[in-house]
Design a binder for this molecule. Structure first.
Ligand code: SF4
Ligand code: SF4
Length: 75
């Protein structure tokens, strides 16, 4: 998603990322992502589109392998 304007300059919600080492590639998180912003790459790994993610943590809750990391927004 190019061209998105962030009027306050920063993302205000948690940053959510998938650890490529821990992730087993089951795709379960992607099924339940409310924003449909978890995509499988050509190499099979899953990654989150940070521009579309709203930080709801659904993916973290639905990952049985504790592969989703949540960190506070950068200041
Ligand atoms: S649910 Fe967890 S292990 Fe499965 S693809 Fe998502 S992050 Fe990876
Ligand atoms: S935090 Fe929510 S919106 Fe962001 S990737 Fe996870 S399920 Fe999708």
């Amino acid at each position: 998603m190019d061209g998105i304007v962030h009027p306050f300059g920063k993302k205000k919600h948690d940053r959510v990322e998938i650890d490529p080492i821990t992730c087993l590639g089951c795709g379960y998180c992607s099924i339940f992502c409310v924003m449909h912003c978890i995509h499988q790459r050509e190499d099979g790994l899953y990654e989150i589109d940070q521009e579309a993610c709203i930080g709801c943590r659904s993916c973290r809750v639905n990952c049985y392998f504790d592969a989703v990391r949540v960190t506070p927004p950068e200041r």
